[in-house]
Design a protein around this ligand. Structure first.
Ligand code: NAD
Length: 364
């Protein structure tokens, strides 16, 4: 994101931001920025990230980038929520304590529900429970969303297989999973149960060992650097962002990229390169929305009904299918079919625009 100190309002206007709030508390040392991007569909929902930014400008850029991404993610997931994000500046190891988190919670309360927050990088479930002592505008404090994210990715991979091979069966399908953490491990379990063959990697050997144990003899390991070139049907990035970049893209030996990680493409251009290579890319913010759908359900209903929630998450498959077909009919500036990443963005924006144009009838 281009952002100069002198053109903050220009950036806000250009990117459609509603509000950016700076909070500080000298008593606790709290320095926090909340960006509310778009609340057309409902209150802005987004995690609270604690990060030791090199500068305040870097923190501001990050919170704006992340808040905008949340607008697309919530809209793309069919939720009645807007997009926002919060950052707290500082090293979580040093600054995090009950007083700072509760002070932050009181500030969130002043927003009156325009922004609802939850866990993110640098914050834990326990931290959010502390924040929740001061504000009701917190979600994701009761249920771990990871298994639901994994279920959404599993459903999404099926949709990719259906689209490409006309058959969603995992028999004879080879999936390479990068990262068998909370999401990747559950995904591996679902895939193995359905008959897929897996190659997995992780920098944590204990996670790999556990995955091989649940793998019914169908899970193999490769070193982290070798995962990109595994010959497979599906490459599933489920560890880090930015893994589809100029260096890795040339090594891919798959038909589909579909995983849980956020921001898998280093830049928009890499989505186009994947299309050009004939690789079907399941846009990350659509396929990994199972966690957000869970957090939203927890916020709205307090409890989650697992059966209903799964049904909601299964819609990820139909959404992907629609996006793949949209990308066939949309042309980019060079007259080529648009990338699926671009189509996903259009899909989300279209929903916001249509709802904002809805006739405002008087309801007594
Ligand atoms: P996690 O920390 O539990 O798992 C990540 C795993 O990746 C860890 O086991 C880690 O050792 C491994 N890893 C790190 N660097 C690696 C590398 N270079 N090569 C191979 N493995 C590596 O995190 P998670 O909750 O499972 O989330 C995984 C990804 O999915 C993240 O990008 C996260 O942002 C995204 N995501 C998670 C959720 C969720 O509900 N947890 C929701 C949406 C998106």
């Amino acid at each position: 994101m281009q952002l100069q100190q002198s053109s903050l309002f220009e950036s806000m206007l250009g990117e459609g931001f509603e509000e950016i709030i700076f909070f500080s508390d000298p008593k606790t040392g709290l320095k926090s920025i909340v960006a509310i991007h778009d609340t057309t569909l409902g209150p802005a929902l987004g995690g609270t990230r604690i990060w030791n930014y090199r500068s305040e400008m870097e923190a501001l850029k990050d919170v704006m980038r992340l808040a905008r991404a949340m607008t697309l993610k919530a809209a793309g997931a069919g939720l009645n929520l807007g997009g926002g994000k919060a950052v707290i500046l500082g090293d979580p190891e040093n600054i995090k304590n009950e007083y700072l988190l509760r002070s932050y919670g009181r500030f969130i309360e002043t927003l009156g529900g325009r922004f609802i927050t939850g866990e993110d990088v640098g914050t834990t479930l326990e931290d959010m429970q502390t924040v929740a002592q001061e504000t009701g505008y917190v979600s994701g404090v009761r249920y771990d969303p990871s298994p639901f994210t994994a279920y959404g990715v599993y459903v999404g991979i099926k949709a990719c297989l259906r689209y490409l091979y006309g058959d969603e069966s995992f028999e004879g399908i080879h999936v390479a999973v990068q990262g068998v953490g909370k999401v990747g491990m559950e995904l591996a379990r679902l895939l193995v149960e359905d008959g897929a063959k897996l190659t997995v990697t992780d920098i944590d050997r204990r996670r790999v060992k556990e995955c091989i144990e649940i793998g019914k003899g169908r899970v193999e390991y490769v070193e982290p650097s070798k995962i990109y070139s595994v010959e497979c049907d599906v490459f599933s990035p489920s560890a880090l962002g930015g893994v589809i970049n100029d260096t890795t893209i040339k090594r891919l030996n798959c038909r589909i990229v579909a995983g849980a990680a956020n921001n898998q493409l280093e830049s928009e251009r890499h989505g186009e390169v994947l299309s050009g290579m004939g690789i079907l890319y399941a846009p990350d913010f659509i396929i990994n929305a199972g966690g957000l759908i869970t957090v939203a359900n927890e916020y709205m209903h307090g409890e989650i009904d697992e059966r209903m929630l799964k049904r909601e998450i299964e819609k990820i498959g139909d959404r992907l299918d629609r996006i793949f077909r949209m990308s066939e009919s949309m042309l980019d500036s060079s007259g080529m079919p648009a990338s699926t990443a671009k189509a996903a963005e259009m899909f989300a924006i279209e929903r916001i625009e249509k709802i904002s144009k809805m006739k405002k009838i008087y309801i007594p």
